[in-house]
Design a protein around this ligand. Sequence first.
Ligand SMILES: [Zn+2]
Length: 209
Amino acid sequence: MNRILEEKGGRVLAFGAHPDDLEVGAGGLLARLSHLGAEVTLAIVSVPNNPEQRKAEAKAAAAVLDANLWILNEEKPCRVEDIPMHELVRRMDTVIGDVRPDLVITHSANDLHWDHGLVNRATVSALRRTPCDLLAYLSSPEMNAQSRSLGNCFADISAYVDVKLEAIACHKSQLPKLDLESSRDLARAMGRISGYGYAECYEALRVRI
Ligand SMILES: [Zn+2]
């Protein structure tokens, strides 16, 4: 974490179960890290429907965040639970081996979406031999209003909240479900809790200091 935030470099790998999860849950911190000089890679595990449009939207959002984009299961539309766990971990192993991340950001085990929880378990397993920092995020705060924990680690995204909203807005097919103002309001609320203008909340699963 120090290397990424203070020495202005390093490699960041972020996993999202579906296109748009990363932008909603972690778009501000990802924009901040790439702005600071980190090489940021977004890895989307599955595209559940409408693949051409969803992939084009993900590509546009990755460009806004100045990030590389991997789609782990491009072959056909599927849900995460359609992929056998050993196959999911194997594909994550490949991305992790290629990126060699200093920091990984993935879904929280407390996320109430089944696919998101599966991505958390697969990430933890795929990182079994990789020394890196690991943060977990909750995507879709409305869906996770009953979750046990928001997190214990706050990222200042005051200078990046507009970039985050711009990245979310790239997912045009999902905009009826994504309330941009509600994302801004949540970032403001997290900022009030943590003493920043705007913030995102994470669980620190593994931090090297
Ligand atoms: Zn999702």
